[in-house]
Design a protein. Sequence first.
Length: 184
Amino acid sequence: MKINKEFGLTSFTDLKVFILYVLDNLRYPVEEETVLLIAGQNTNDITLDYSQCLAELAKTEHVLTDEFEGVRYYMISDKGRATVAELYDSLNKGFREKCRSSIARYLSLQKREISIGSKIEETEEKRFSVTLFARDKYGEIMRLSLTVNSMAEALEIKNNYDNRPDGVYKGILFSATGKMDFLS
């Protein structure tokens, strides 16, 4: 096993934590090919058996797996989410940030089992507050409120989010982090 010490992946356990990290950030079922692609993009100096790690994670029920029309899909389980929450910091911070770029390409609110919503409320100052939100079965993913001067502006924001939640979500992540990766 060739190890890339710069990023701190020194064992199969580290690779499993990395795979759980990827699946936890995506939060929806992805093809095995996508998981392997993200892993390969971020660990290009490591030769490990990603498929073996995925199989072991599925066997220990940290990852859920299913096959549809000959394509294998993976998704993090509640057990995997609880485990990785305790182990995030075991992955090098620089490595996690590098991975964010690959993961950002696949982020999608629409592919997750989530509910999105938006509402407009008139404020006491006769302005309009637009609230955008998204949540999945684990809780709130996003909540953002903007106050604008006119109902037309509020409706434009609401309609844009309702029609393109992924674009708005990625734009907010870009604005909040300053990371261009979210705009891919």
